[in-house]
Design a protein around this ligand. Structure first.
Ligand code: M6R
Length: 611
């Protein structure tokens, strides 16, 4: 939820740290801070608000150190304020710590430290960490006082944490630890970079250590020693990351969200990659799912949160149709606590763009303890979920920076559609005709999305018309309901307009009571079999005064429906890949009309690493 950056080398640390923070702001942006060491003293600045405010602080110029740590925060304990911002220092200002995660037992540790003479300024759980380190440091007699003090402090911590720690006693070292929150270290000659995510440091180096849970790294400018939980030295090798550093820049776009919407033709193509092989089954040699295994399972669960969960709902029909295996889609935060009926005959597919969502990871871990096989679908190489799952499949959407997920969603659907096809091929079911048809159609999706992206005037005009509204409804039947749900989430997330989604047929069972003059109802119609029914449902709202926008690839009478956004025809089982695009744009343009910060909506963070 928070972003951590660190640097140690020959250059002035603060500009590198600020630049890194601005790339991590999607992880949290209610306050930010930075600490460096100069003349054996820790100097720090903390501000409420965005990284920009920290950057504009006239005190920043005073930070001259070539070693430092920094943080951008998404509040969990204590309101956004400069006091609650990180880095936190201990009462004696010997140590500075930035923390991502939650310390569950902080109350008892705080009590213990108060009794030991420490004082606290903030309302955060994190402030106990530098104090605990200082406490153990004062008791330490070995030569490696800093290392041992951190290790002893860690033994007391319960919860999740990625930590970067400075000590005024060791002004040329940073210690980092990782447990259940992401952390990477980049290395280049005599410079080391630390970050919560690869993108923040990719412009400096492609050689990246992706830390494992339990890792402690003792970092100086020309050396990194890795230790395990028992403080034994362990070997770690860096990965060569081949992403383009420019992928995490806005380029010519005003916002990341718009850029990411426009990247969808490419991200879908990249996700298909070489999986579709002419005249052969799809290539899924990166997982090992056999005919025997698939024939023996009784159910597939797809588990995720938010947009990723909607991707699951979008692909339930194709999995059931192609594999004849029943599929349930569940919200991770519910699944993990409801004792689901799962065992070795249940396959669990967990979807997470970031691969760091706490609820999804916990759901996957629970499923493993029940004997289920697990597949993770993630967009982030080496993310936590990929280390827990039996198999991992990567979407290749490239870095998604805007909090509102767009290109990751369509990449997830693409990969899951391919997986459903793969399962059908493994099962050797007589479905060649539909499978070949779906493969052909999938390959055409990028160009169909490009057509939509070139013709957005109707959407922009409609956004102008509705941006002052307070309630908007999205309706669809069958697979279109998945798009209605995702569109509604997108709109509320970035425009702060209340919106709801319903299966069109459900309107008259209650929600139609909310329809009155001028209320906006947005209908999605892509399945020819359901067109008449969907139209009657929409006529019912029109006759109660609603105005409508219809997103469709069917023939619709424009006398009945003046606002129609036509999308290209596509196989009904994969239509969510196309029908969502104009509605992503609608949310974007509504938020722009309202002059809102599209990429960083209030109260939200990109990866939700806490429950
Ligand atoms: O990283 P994940 O895919 O696990 O994230 C899941 C949700 O938090 C995420 O999709 C969220 O709903 C997005 N902000 C929606 O745009």
């Amino acid at each position: 939820m928070c972003g951590i950056v660190g640097y140690i080398g020959k250059s002035k640390a603060s500009p590198i740290l600020i630049k890194g923070l601005s790339k991590l702001e999607y992880r949290g942006y209610d306050s930010a801070g930075i600490a460096t060491i100069e003349d054996d003293k820790i100097c720090h600045i903390k501000n409420k608000g965005r990284v920009k405010e920290l950057e504009n602080s006239n005190k920043l110029e005073n930070l001259k150190g070539t070693i430092g740590i920094a943080h951008t925060r998404w509040a969990t304990h204590g309101k956004p304020s400069s006091i609650n911002a990180h880095p936190h220092l201990d009462s004696h200002e010997n140590f500075a710590v930035v923390h991502n995660g939650i310390i569950e037992n902080y109350r008892e540790l705080r009590e213990f430290l108060i009794n030991a003479g420490y004082t606290f300024n903030s309302e955060t759980d994190s402030e106990i960490i530098p104090n605990l380190i200082d406490y153990y440091y004062s008791k330490e007699t070995s030569n490696d006082k800093f290392l041992n003090a951190v290790h002893n402090a860690e033994k007391d911590l319960k919860g999740s944490y990625a930590l970067a720690i400075l000590s005024k006693f060791d002004p040329n070292k940073i210690i980092v630890i990782k447990k259940d929150s992401p952390l990477v270290i980049g290395t280049k000659d005599n410079e080391k970079y630390i970050a919560s995510d690869i993108n923040a440091i990719l412009e400096y180096t492609n050689d990246i250590f992706i830390l494992k849970d339990g890792d402690l790294a003792y970092i100086s400018e020309n050396k990194i020693d890795f230790y395990n939980n028992n403080l034994n030295l362990v070997n770690r090798t860096p990965e060569k990351i081949t992403w383009d550093a420019k992928a995490s820049d806005k380029g010519d776009f005003e916002d990341f969200m718009l850029k990411e919407i426009y990247e969808q033709p490419v991200s879908i193509r990249e996700t298909i990659g070489t999986r579709i092989v002419p005249n052969k089954p799809c290539d899924f040699s990166d997982i090992n799912i056999t005919k025997k295994y698939l024939s023996d399972i009784s159910r597939i669960y797809i588990i995720a949160c938010g947009t990723a969960m909607h991707a699951g709902i979008s692909v339930k029909p194709i999995f059931e149709r192609l594999t004849n295996i029943p599929v349930e889609v569940d919200i991770a935060s519910e699944f993990r606590y409801r004792d689901p009926l799962i065992d070795e005959h249940t396959l669990i597919i967990c979807i997470s763009q970031s691969g760091e969502t706490a609820d999804t990871i916990a759901a996957l871990k629970n499923a493993k303890t029940c004997g289920s096989k697990t597949i993770a679908i993630s967009n982030v190489i080496g993310s936590s979920i990929t280390r827990e799952a039996d198999f991992t499949l990567y979407t290749h959407a490239g870095p998604e920076i805007a909090v509102a997920s767009t290109k990751a969603y369509t990449a997830q659907i693409t990969l899951l559609v391919l997986l459903a096809i793969h399962f059908a091929e493994v099962l050797e079911l007589p479905k060649n005709e539909i499978i070949n048809n779906l493969k052909e159609e999938l390959l055409e999706i990028p160009s169909k999305i490009s057509i939509i992206l070139e013709n957005t005037d109707i959407i922009k005009k409609f956004a102008k018309k509705i941006h002052k509204e307070t309630d908007i409804f999205f309706v669809g039947r069958g697979i279109d309901y998945a798009t209605a749900m995702e569109s509604s989430l997108k709109l509320k997330e970035i425009s702060y307009i209340h919106s709801d989604s319903y299966q069109s047929g459900e309107l008259k069972h209650g929600p139609i009571a909310l329809i009155e003059d001028d209320v906006t109802v947005i209908g999605i119609i892509t399945d020819r079999r359901l067109i008449d029914k969907s139209i009657s449902n929409l006529q019912e709202v029109i006759s109660r005064g609603a105005k409508t926008l219809i997103v469709t690839n069917q023939e619709i009478d424009t006398k009945l429906f003046p606002n129609v956004f036509s999308i290209p025809k596509v196989h009904p089982l994969i239509s969510p890949l196309v029908s969502i695009v104009p509605l992503q744009l609608l949310s974007y343009y509504v938020a722009k009309e309202k002059n809102l910060d599209v990429d960083k909506p209030r109260n939200l963070a990109k990866s939700v690493t806490v429950e």
